[in-house]
Design a protein around this ligand. Structure first.
Ligand SMILES: CC(C)(COP(=O)(O)OP(=O)(O)OC[C@H]1O[C@@H](n2cnc3c(N)ncnc32)[C@H](O)[C@@H]1OP(=O)(O)O)[C@@H](O)C(=O)NCCC(=O)NCCS
Length: 195
């Protein structure tokens, strides 16, 4: 299935309370103890993971390398007993965080790991005072569209021929609000329940 990243282009692992990154600190309070920040040392493992998760239109190895080296990008991974279980690649653009890719190993899907990764992205945004998370997803990737929709992402446009192989993409976004603000801004259903 198609990847969600940009069509043309995705510190060694440390377990500490404070993980430094060129654009600011990332605390384990934000990303949780299950996740760690990936570095260039993870290139081979992440490229193998890319092949495992995306049957086609995956990032090339040099794209993964580019992301790992990019000072505006952040890759979070969850490790399984032997290999990577989940990975998420983020790019920070002004007040916006862009999800370049999120993937969970096929055997680990549907257990909430993807949701946890996206929640970690939101927590990092909150810590950094960023207001929006954006992403693009292939209009054919129905699983991912449902996954994002369920997490509160809303479609704000169709990008025709967005990917280099010609597929269209939906542009989706979610406003990042502090927990108290997001509670009060939740829409009410006609029955009066929050959704
Ligand atoms: C999209 C992806 C990351 C979801 O990860 P996950 O860990 O399985 O997701 P979760 O378990 O947190 O699922 C949360 C919700 O998303 C929706 N969802 C997830 N997988 C789904 C599926 N196969 N069919 C329908 N809905 C699905 C469901 O609403 C689900 O909630 P539920 O299990 O209570 O019904 C995973 O399917 C994946 O890696 N896909 C391949 C890579 C990809 O396409 N990434 C996105 C574009 S870059």
């Amino acid at each position: 299935m198609a990847s969600c990243p940009i069509g043309a282009i995705k510190a060694p692992p440390i377990w500490r309370e404070l993980l430094t990154w060129s654009k600011g600190p990332i605390t384990t309070r934000a990303v949780g103890r299950a996740l760690r920040v990936a570095g260039t040392i993870d290139l081979d493992a992440l490229y193998r993971f890319e092949i495992l998760c995306f049957r086609e239109h995956r990032f090339r190895r040099d794209h993964v390398d580019w992301i790992l080296r990019n000072e505006r990008a952040l890759t979070l991974v969850e490790d399984g007993p032997k290999k990577v279980t989940a990975a998420m690649m983020l790019l920070f653009e002004g007040h916006t965080c862009r999800v370049l890719s999120v993937a969970v190993a096929p055997k680990a899907r549907r257990h909430g790991i993807g949701t946890r990764m996206m929640q970690a992205a939101e927590a990092v945004c909150l810590e950094r005072g960023l207001s929006t998370i954006r992403l693009e997803v292939s209009t054919k990737n129905l699983v991912a569209i449902e996954f994002y929709r369920r997490l509160g992402y809303r479609t704000d446009g169709v990008l025709y021929g967005y990917y280099s192989w010609g597929e269209d993409a939906y542009s989706m976004h979610k406003a990042i609000l502090p927990p108290s603000a997001s509670e009060s801004s939740r829409p009410l259903t006609s029955a009066g329940h929050t959704t």
